[in-house]
Design a binder for this molecule. Structure first.
Ligand code: CTP
Ligand code: CA
Length: 224
């Protein structure tokens, strides 16, 4: 058993991961979305499976497919659907990692027919989506809860605020400043900040390697 633990340190652990963008419908043919590819979340899911974990991956629209039978993918479209899928499974998991780029706002009303072009100016009224990660933090029991943060100013301060507001154990701060990091890229430059505000800047590396670094934090948590 000791041998199994060293080779597959996450065996027996269930991990919930969110990935990709969400699409918020405007009408039957249009939506508000973003450029998230879903790669970071899918990489974390695959690396977690390789370490022995059972993974539930709640994914917004993406072309990625699970590369392991230990990863169960739940495909969703909107923030509300992602919220519902996460809450269906959250009580059963040991770890939750929110890598999705969830839309912050959605159209207040969704037109049932395609909106026709008419006036010179046109605006859509938006309302906030539910903050999925904050809602998981609010009902957290034993789960180890990890969030991401994308900031362009006061990065560390804003990330610390997110740790507190969302009741996180760890946040992965994405640096957009650095060439090669972020959306649609193969690499990421991240800084880890834990709930005691210990700051750990990481090197620019592949998203697969960032995924391994994140899972090493999870393993460390369970070996303490
Ligand atoms: N998140 C979420 N549900 C939302 C918005 C964000 O679960 N409706 C999660 C993301 O998956 C990420 C973390 O919250 O793990 C932070 O997302 P981010 O966009 O950086 O922060 P926000 O809280 O949305 O604040 P802002 O965009 O204003 O910086
Ligand atoms: Ca946001």
């Amino acid at each position: 058993e000791a041998d199994l633990q060293s080779k597959l340190p996450l065996v027996g652990k269930k991990i919930l991961i969110t990935a990709g963008p969400t699409y918020e419908a405007i009408d039957p043919v249009r939506f508000i979305g973003n450029h998230s590819s879903g790669k970071m979340g899918f990489d974390i899911a695959y690396e977690a499976a390789k370490l022995g974990a059972q993974v539930i991956l709640v994914a917004g629209p993406t072309h990625f497919k699970a590369k392991s039978s230990s990863v169960k993918v739940i495909n969703v479209v909107s923030a509300q659907e992602m919220y519902d899928a996460c809450h269906l499974h959250y009580n059963d998991v040991d770890v939750a990692i929110a890598a999705a780029a969830v839309a912050d706002y959605k159209p207040k009303v969704v037109a049932t027919q395609k909106i026709k072009k008419a006036a010179e100016e046109f605006s859509i009224e938006l309302e906030k989506t539910k903050d999925i990660l904050a809602s998981l933090g609010a009902i957290k029991k034993e789960q180890f809860l990890i969030g991401f943060a994308l900031e362009t100013q006061n990065e560390i301060e804003n990330a610390k605020l997110k740790i507190q507001k969302k009741n996180l154990d760890l946040i992965v701060l994405n640096s957009l400043q650095d060439e090669g990091a972020g959306f649609k890229k193969e690499t990421n430059k991240v800084t880890f900040i834990d709930k005691d505000f210990k700051i750990e800047p990481m090197e620019l590396k592949s998203k697969e390697s960032v995924a391994v670094d994140i899972l090493n934090k999870v393993i460390l948590h369970f070996t303490k």
